[in-house]
Ligand binder design. Sequence first.
Ligand SMILES: NC(=O)c1ccc[n+]([C@@H]2O[C@H](COP(=O)([O-])OP(=O)(O)OC[C@H]3O[C@@H](n4cnc5c(N)ncnc54)[C@H](OP(=O)(O)O)[C@@H]3O)[C@@H](O)[C@H]2O)c1
Length: 292
Amino acid sequence: MKPSPRLSLNNGVLIDQLGFGLYKVPPGDAAGLVSMALEAGYRHFDTAAMYGNETGVGRGIGSLSGFSSHDDARGGSGESSPALSREDLFVTTKLWNDDQGYDATLRAFDTSMANLGLEYVDLYLIHWPCAQRGLYSESYRAMETLYREGKARAIGVSNFQPAHLDRLLQTAEVVPAVNQIELHPWLQQEELRTLHRGLGITTEAWSPLGRGQVLQDPVVLDIAAAHGRTAAQVILRWHVQLGNVAIPKASSHDRIGENLDVFDFSLDDVAMQALGGLERGFRTGSHPDSVN
Ligand SMILES: NC(=O)c1ccc[n+]([C@@H]2O[C@H](COP(=O)([O-])OP(=O)(O)OC[C@H]3O[C@@H](n4cnc5c(N)ncnc54)[C@H](OP(=O)(O)O)[C@@H]3O)[C@@H](O)[C@H]2O)c1
């Protein structure tokens, strides 16, 4: 299987365009799933303090290498795989809403690093703007400190609407590398994608499969049949061709492999336009303005 291509973030740090999402993965399953994803070829993992599975994720990514500080991860399950070094991996975690604020962000980061068993994270994101709290600019200032100290190779935001980005950029010294937003064929986020392009912010798609619901769309199924591919592969290929980073979550060996196997075919203009016509303003998750 071809590995994921990498995109360059606005500071030159490379990110695998397809990563593995870990929302709703129970803590006890995280290490095994991450290990399975590593074996399948994933090198980019997306977790968050709120997911409660950072410790398992750290164990999983340490299982094929010697860098994890978790004792039970060192020299773990990867005997049949080549050892990976920390530099081969891209790990994202996120600051939870209750930890916003300058000092609280620094404390929360330390907790996440201890849970992950890592010395640094590749990408640290503000999970939600929580605009009513009025703390995201202060939280981001703490993340700039972590960035300058080399504890986060890149920093960014998640679920930021244009108005939040606009306000953040009035005080930010480091332009966010990423805005991670809900994005799939039923919610295409044209306005934000255009804004990101102009600002040099990479668009990262959460729920890239619409939590599985978009897999039933008849247009997607027709395109899949015409290409001899699955619906999930068509949608993920669509993300890749749009230039999005996407982080599908899956729970079985077959689906984990299937979702990464999208780099040996392409969608022509007709298929891309048909998928582009599926916008319906459908959210699987909360609207960012309603989370506080
Ligand atoms: N920043 C944020 O606020 C935020 C919010 C939500 C999510 N995220 C991130 O985005 C990641 C992905 O989002 P998500 O988990 O909500 O949704 P998703 O990746 O769009 O969809 C996951 C669902 O699709 C199913 N699925 C996956 N691959 C499939 C395949 N090949 N065939 C059939 N079904 C398939 C999965 O089933 P099984 O699991 O049963 O295989 C699961 O039910 C999360 O894990 C998390 O890392 C971030």
